[in-house]
Design a protein around this ligand. Sequence first.
Ligand code: GLP
Length: 241
Amino acid sequence: MEIKIFKNKRAASEAALALFKEALKTGKETFGLATGSTPEDLYTLLRASDLDFSQATSVNLDEYVGLGAEDDQSYAYFMKKHLFEEKPFKESYLPDGLAENLDEETKRYDKIIEEHPIDLQLLGIGRNGHIGFNEPGTPSDSTTRVVDLTESTINANERFFASRDDVPRQAISMGLGSIMSSKKLLLMAFGEDKADAIAKTIEGEVTSEVPATLLQKHADAVIYIDEAAASQLKGNYDREA
Ligand code: GLP
C-alpha cells in the first residue's frame, strides 16, 4: 500500500485529481466512484477541471434500498449533483434502489462490473472500517448483494435525514471481491473520527471485522489521508508539503 499524509482534505483531493488525470491520459476507461463527504472536494475539482469523461464509464459502489434517483438522499442524486450534471460519462451505473426484485438487481449489477472491469476505484471508509456498504463480517470474496446497515452506520448517516426513522436500513453494495478486483484502489479519509479505522486499515491485522484491512492484500492500493485521520498511526509515512 502507498500511504500519503496531506495537510488537509483539499491537498489530498488535488493529489487524487492528479491520479484521475493520469488514468485518463493513459487510456483508462472505467472509474469506480463513491459517495459521502470524503470525495466531495475531489468532485468539485473534477467539475472545474478540463478532464473529459465523455468516453469513460462510471460504476458506483452502492445505493440505499428504497430510494430512487429523484430522492435527494439517494446516491444517484448525489452523483448527479456533485459530478454527472457537469461531467457526463458515456455510461454511468449505480444499483437501482427501487428495483422490485433485489436479487435480480444484484445479479444485473455484477454483470455490469464483469463487463466493465474497473481501472481505478475510489473509496471512502466508514467509522467501523466498512468500504462501500461492506460492513464488518463481510466475506472477502463477496459480490454485489443487499446488506443490512449496522447501528454505527445508521447513526453516522442520521445527520442527512429528517429523522432517524427515515434513514434506510438496507443498501445494495458492490462486494469486497468486486472491489478487490479493481486494478487500482484509492481510499481517502479525513478527520479524527476516521483515525481509528485508518490505523487498523494500515497497521492492523487483515480481518473481515475491519473490511478495509483487505486493502493490504491489493497489489496497487493508494491511501490519501489528512493529519487528523493519520493521528493514530504509529509508523512513519510520506508527508506531502
Ligand atoms: C457510507 C458510504 C461509503 C462511505 C461512508 C463514509 O457508508 N456507503 O461509501 O465511504 O459512508 O462517508 P463519509 O465520506 O461521509 O464519511
